[in-house]
Design a protein around this ligand. Structure first.
Ligand SMILES: C/C=C/C(=O)SCCNC(=O)CCNC(=O)[C@H](O)C(C)(C)COP(=O)(O)OP(=O)(O)OC[C@H]1O[C@@H](n2cnc3c(N)ncnc32)[C@H](O)[C@@H]1OP(=O)(O)O
Ligand SMILES: NC(=O)C1=CN([C@@H]2O[C@H](COP(=O)(O)OP(=O)(O)OC[C@H]3O[C@@H](n4cnc5c(N)ncnc54)[C@H](OP(=O)(O)O)[C@@H]3O)[C@@H](O)[C@H]2O)C=CC1
Length: 447
């Protein structure tokens, strides 16, 4: 039995759940990995010079044992997230430490502590097997998976599953991720695949869409409301392309920051009108490595006021971190919110705290999304209210290049990866709904 037989079953129109359940599992499958004995390979290099194409491998790996509450999924497509870039350059630390720590927690978790890490935190595919105790899903179900892995044995996470002390991001802090032909997930990560999307389109939004939803919309984030001005860094990037859509769909006004005219045009296509090209306007928030320039914060703030007709921003959607955080705190209106989920340009932030406390601003930390938020975010995709922002699709063999593109900011929106799917465009079940949204679905394609 090989993965080819699985693919044949998926592509045959009449395979039943019983047929999928009867398919023997292959012994091995192809997966994107990083290797434990290579974690020092980039020692001494600058971050930008660490090349994912060198550290990312395509290996044959054994199918992991299936535990209670888990599912094995045949992965048709996945996507590249920035967390896989971090994994592949071993920054800010090697993910093997996460796997070792997880492995120490219990007997079943030991499976994750291996000399290779199968990465990837998104998937669209078909359930192959479910473990004991799984009733909601069965072999043959077409699914996407969100990336929240929790144990829920402590009450700390019972109101908000992101607060579980054993909270992990699947495919980053656990093994057996989505950039592979088969993935192992907890069954409560599974959600229905949006019927109007192809496999690669369905696999694209998951992680970033859920994160932007919590960060901007949820009561756990900035609680954006109608009429809010929302400053969105990297508005045509992974997170930003969903934040921009949430702002527009929620009656807010996005002020989109991008770094080229091409990216500005994509934001206009999404419906945004207020756009700042940070390259063309050449903001230099840092005079040198250690000193910020408040005059540049002010110039940036003036530009925002020009665009909004004199208003400041209610919310800043932050993730670049060190480079922009001082400016973000400065330009937020009195009583406004800076909501951050990352620090791509550096995690030691500096800002002038007088502008925070004297103007009663708040900084909120946000990370991925709880079960319910991830479900709600996926529901918005399934209803055609928010759309995938897939620009380019690579084969599994080309994942290193795909991660390189994201690391070097050469991409737009999301970059997809075909795993078992032999070509793009497969897996659409609701053609009529697709036709209604086709322009929006294709907005980012080939940009
Ligand atoms: C969905 C996608 C998301 C993304 O893309 S996010 C971007 C990618 N992610 C990242 O860049 C984050 C990567 N992770 C990290 O950098 C690290 O992961 C953290 C900085 C988040 C945490 O650091 P660590 O060293 O792993 O964990 P500690 O919590 O600092 O625990 C180490 C030891 O320190 C003890 N400790 C924790 N808090 C306290 C305290 N308040 N007082 C005293 N001790 C403390 C712990 O218990 C433990 O101890 P013991 O080693 O013995 O187990
Ligand atoms: N905590 C969480 O749950 C999550 C955290 N993340 C983290 O968020 C970060 C962004 O992820 P994602 O959106 O997918 O990545 P992308 O690379 O797809 O998009 C980020 C965008 O940010 C902009 N940007 C990059 N560097 C800078 C800078 N120095 N100053 C201003 N803008 C900058 C770029 O846009 P432009 O050049 O056009 O300005 C880029 O398109 C990553 O660090 C990732 O790990 C992501 C998802 C979830």
């Amino acid at each position: 039995m090989t993965v080819k037989d699985i693919l044949d079953a998926i592509q045959s129109k009449d395979a039943t759940s019983a047929d999928f359940a009867a398919l023997p599992l292959p012994e091995s499958y192809r997966a994107i990995t990083v290797h434990k004995d290579e974690t020092e390979m980039f020692a001494g290099l600058e971050t930008r010079d660490k090349d994912p194409r060198k550290s990312i491998h395509l290996d044959d790996v054994p199918v992991p044992e299936l535990g209670p509450g888990e599912a094995l999924v045949a992965v048709m497509a996945s996507s590249v997230n920035y967390n896989s870039v971090w994994t592949s350059i071993f920054e800010p630390l090697s993910t093997f430490g996460f796997l070792e720590r997880y492995g120490r927690t219990n007997e079943l978790a030991k499976r994750h502590d291996l000399p290779y890490h199968i990465i990837g935190s998104d998937l669209a595919g078909v359930v192959l097997r479910t473990g004991p105790g799984v009733n909601a899903w069965k072999p043959g179900d077409e699914v996407v998976a969100h990336c929240l892995s929790v144990e829920l044995e402590s009450s700390d996470g019972h109101n908000d599953t992101m607060l579980d002390p054993e909270q992990r991001i699947w495919g980053f802090e656990t093994n057996f991720g989505g950039l592979a032909e088969i993935a192992l997930v907890k069954s409560n990560q599974l959600m229905p695949k949006p019927a109007h999307l192809s496999w690669e389109e369905a696999a694209a939004p998951g992680l970033v869409n859920s994160t932007a939803y919590r960060q901007l919309v949820s009561r756990n984030g900035a609680q954006m409301k109608q009429g809010d001005n929302v400053l969105i860094w990297g508005a045509s990037g992974g997170l930003g392309s969903y934040a921009t859509q949430f702002a527009l769909a929620g009656g807010a006004t996005p002020i989109c920051v991008v770094s080229s005219e091409q990216k500005a045009e994509i934001c206009r296509k999404m419906g945004a009108e207020l756009i700042i090209d940070r390259s063309a306007e050449d903001y230099r928030f840092w005079k040198d490595e250690h000193t910020q320039d408040p005059k540049e914060w002010k110039r940036f703030g003036k530009r925002i006021r020009e665009l909004t007709g004199g208003e400041d921003v209610d919310i800043v959607f932050e993730h670049p971190g060190r480079e922009t955080f001082g400016a973000s705190v400065y330009v937020t209106r009195k009583g406004g919110t800076i909501v951050t989920c990352a620090s791509t340009s550096g995690y030691q932030h500096e800002y002038d705290n007088r502008y925070l406390w004297m103007s009663l601003k708040r900084i909120i930390g946000s990370h991925f999304a709880n079960y319910r938020e991830a479900w709600e975010a996926n529901r918005l995709i399934a209803k055609g209210k928010i759309h995938p922002t897939l620009s380019k699709v690579y084969s599994l063999e080309e994942t290193g290049q795909a991660a390189y593109d994201v690391h070097r900011n050469l991409h737009q929106g999301k970059v997809g990866v075909l795993c078992l799917a032999p070509e793009e465009g497969l897996g659409v079940r609701d053609e009529a709904m697709r036709a209604r949204h086709i322009d929006a679905i294709n907005r980012f394609r080939n940009s």
